[in-house]
Ligand binder design. Structure first.
Ligand code: B1M
Length: 211
């Protein structure tokens, strides 16, 4: 029988080729795709997140692990869709208007995907209207990233734009980035502050009640 722990270990070790072959063998052995996803790929990324928060892993290790997780997801995705297995929820993430920093935002996107979310990556320099549109397209959480003290103020404008569009009550807003603090999140009326990419995944689960 396929060893799901080996899949998780290969994700943690960033071994994309091993993840690919282990996932392929698990499928051919008839292991349910949901088990491969949850007990293999997601379990591995959970450990990566824990190590990242404990400063045992740094950005390069997380990126390599996420790449390995994606190698497995590429094989699993069509089967998950066919089996009708739904993601935990839908999150739209972007770096706010005027801000071109995307390394942290990309990490957040990868960890959310690794945590089982469907993620709309809105990119960088994202205007308010795009966040509003994402909510209308079903995003339950929007994630705002900012790295500049000059652009972080745009987060408040996005929350205002959600109110003006009449969708603020349909969505949770999570913010993060180097200059962001819990105090700032409270000040602008965001629902959560993600200190790092791993915490962002935990908070997103809490926000939509799947923690
Ligand atoms: Co820029 N830059 N930069 N830069 N840059 C900083 C942010 C800066 C602190 C450097 C400095 O002066 N010491 C400074 C900001 C100062 C300030 O505002 N107080 C700065 C500046 C001034 C600028 C320019 C204005 C420089 C210039 O042109 N004069 C310019 C602005 C361009 C623009 O955005 N309009 C600029 C440009 C650039 C580059 C393009 C060269 C490049 C970005 C490349 C890219 O992203 N593709 C760059 C870089 C790389 C940096 C530093 C060196 C590194 C940022 C980074 O990627 N960190 C940065 C200095 C520093 O931080 N040491 C700096 C790694 C990343 C993993 O961390 O993004 O914090 P971070 O993400 C973390 C958490 O914050 C959190 O999770 C991530 C992982 O744990 N997180 C979230 C992030 N988003 C989240 C969202 C969440 C939850 C958690 O929920 C949704």
């Amino acid at each position: 029988m396929a060893d799901l722990q080996k899949i998780a270990d290969s994700v943690i070790g960033g071994k994309a080729a091993d993840v690919k072959s282990l996932v392929t063998s698990a499928i051919s052995e008839g292991v349910p795709v949901e088990d491969i996803l949850k007990k293999g790929l997601i379990a591995g990324m959970d450990v990566v997140g824990t190590k990242f928060r404990a400063n045992e892993f740094y950005v390069p290790e997380v990126l390599i692990a996420a790449r390995a997780m994606h190698a497995g997801m590429d094989i699993l995705q069509p089967l998950l869709t066919k089996a009708g297995i739904k993601p935990l929820g839908k999150v739209a993430v972007g770096t706010v208007k005027g801000d071109l920093h995307d390394i942290g935002k990309n990490l957040v996107v990868m960890m959310l995907k690794g945590g089982g979310f469907e993620v709309m990556d809105l990119g960088i320099d994202v205007p308010e209207e795009k966040f509003v549109a994402a909510v209308k397209e079903g995003a339950q959480v929007i994630g705002l990233s900012a790295l500049l003290t000059t652009t972080m103020t745009g987060m408040k404008s996005i929350i205002e734009a959600l109110k003006v569009a009449g969708v603020r009550n349909n969505v949770k807003v999570m913010i993060g980035g180097a200059p962001i603090t819990q105090a700032y999140a409270d000040e602008i009326g965001a629902d959560a502050y993600g200190e790092d990419a791993a915490t962002a995944t935990i908070k997103a689960k809490e926000l939509i009640g799947v923690a």
